[in-house]
Each structure stands twice: as C-alpha cells, then as structure tokens.
Design a protein around this ligand. Sequence first.
Ligand code: G1P
Length: 301
Amino acid sequence: MTETNVSRAITKAVIPAAGLGTRFLPATKATPKEMLPVVDRPAIQYVVQEAVDAGLTDVLMITGRNKRALEDHFDRVPTLEEQLEDQGKDKLLRSVRDTNDLGEIHYVRQGDPKGLGHAVLRAKVHVGNEPFAVLLGDDLIDEKDDLLSEMVAVQQKTGGSVIALMEVPEDQISAYGCAAISQVEGENFFKVSELVEKPAVEEAPSNYAVIGRYVLAPQVFEVLENTAPGRGGEIQLTDALQTLAKGESEGEGVYGVVFKGRRFDTGDKLSYLKANIILAAEREDLGPDLRAWVKEFAAEL
Ligand code: G1P
C-alpha cells in the first residue's frame, strides 16, 4: 500500500467492447452485441450509466470492426431531437438526450482480438498512471447496488487492484475466473491469494467467480505487457492479476469484494431473456401488464 496510488481519485472507466458476439448470431451479424436491447435500451447503455453513477465520467471503449453503432448511439442526433421537440414528444426526447449526456466517451480499437488482457492494455495511453475501472459489457449489475463505488473505495484504501466476486454453484466455476480469498481483518473485503482463469471444477481453488467489474492499479499495464497468452491462446486479465496478487510492491496486491446483489449475464441467451423480463416487470410503464401476462402465460405452460 502506498500513498501514491491511494491518493489518486478514480475518474476513468474502460469498457472492452470488441467481442464478436458469436453466441447471438445471426442477430450480431451486422449489429454489435452491446447494442442488443435490454427492454428499450442497448445493453451497453446500462453499463455506461453504471460507470457514470459511480462518478466515472471519462469512459474509454475498446471497440473493433462493426462497432460504429456504439459511437452513433452515444452521439447527438440534432435532426431527431428537433423532430421530437416539434412533435412535443418530451419523454422520448429526454430518453434520446440521456444517451448524449453520459459523460465523455472515447474510443480506441483493439486491432487484433488477443483477449481481455490485450483489450485492457489498449487503454494504457488514455489511462496513464492512475487507477481505473474496467466494466465488462456482458454483465449487468442491478442499479440498486453500488458495487463499483464500493470497489473504488477499497482501491483507494489499499492502493492495489480490486475484483468483484460472486459465489457460484461448483459446476459453473469453469465459465469464470476463479479466486482463492481470505478475509482482511476488520474489513468487509478480502485478500486474493490466487487467481485461475476458467479452471476445471476439480482444479478450482474455490467457488468464488470473478464477475465483470474491476478497479485496477495502473501497475497492471506493465504486467499485461509481460503476460504470455494463457487460456484459449489469449492474453488473460486474470493471469496478470494473478501476478499482481503475488506482489508486495507499490500498486500490487489484489483484493476482492463479494457481490451478493443481482447480476444479469446478457452474453448468455437464456440470462439475456430473463434480464429483459425481470427488468421490464419492475418498470412502472410496462410492469403491471407484463406481470399479469406472465402469470397467465405460466399457467398455460
Ligand atoms: C471474462 C474473464 C473471466 C470472468 C468473466 C466475467 O471471461 O476472462 O475471468 O470471470 O469475464 O464475466 P469471458 O466471459 O469474457 O470469457
């Protein structure tokens, strides 16, 4: 733990969004998976909103080919705004303006698809020597939870890197990064001693899965530069964090916050459908009718 990292406020969020979205083909043949709507907003908008709500107003997206729709979505469309204004469609106008006012969004392309670690490394120049957050677009965290703010606070306190963890049934651990942890005395966070990317069930050190939120010390960049391709031949962020977890110098050490709230994995078809239904059922405008219909529908099954 050092004063250098500890005292730096965190303002930057990095959102890797270069993945091909093959799990959603053919929907993602010409449309980025991040643009698939959850109720009436593209999935990526929830993620950017989460970053902004945690005070991270400088967002860098790591994109790739076929991702122009992302830039268009967060850009102004003056003709559309004028039209909605003329027609007195205030609610729609507000929803369009909300997408433009989400902080400052920058874009850089990943180039080669060499994995999550490689995508994060592409943020090095933009981020510089400051701690920063990484939010994976496939994971939606319930807006009622302030997981990211909690992680930012742990980073500020420890000066290390912070990961979000969730307990999963044993047979699901091989879909995630997995962490061995121990309680930090007197604190509500954990020290991470070991990290393995997508271990086989019998090799998993625990059932604590890494979920898609990270608050990282800038030291991660140098480690990533020296991280060899791992699982799937890709440069894994989990492997770089394993190196940091073993270190004791400035900016090293990895800590875990265990998340007990609701997370939706919109990268998986079934979870994506569930997310749409659950979130719509909670909305004032759609909820009452949807809930009534779901009951009727379920009774017929
Ligand atoms: C990535 C990470 C993995 C993490 C997961 C969370 O994997 O590599 O460690 O558990 O995100 O969603 P992916 O799901 O992109 O294959």
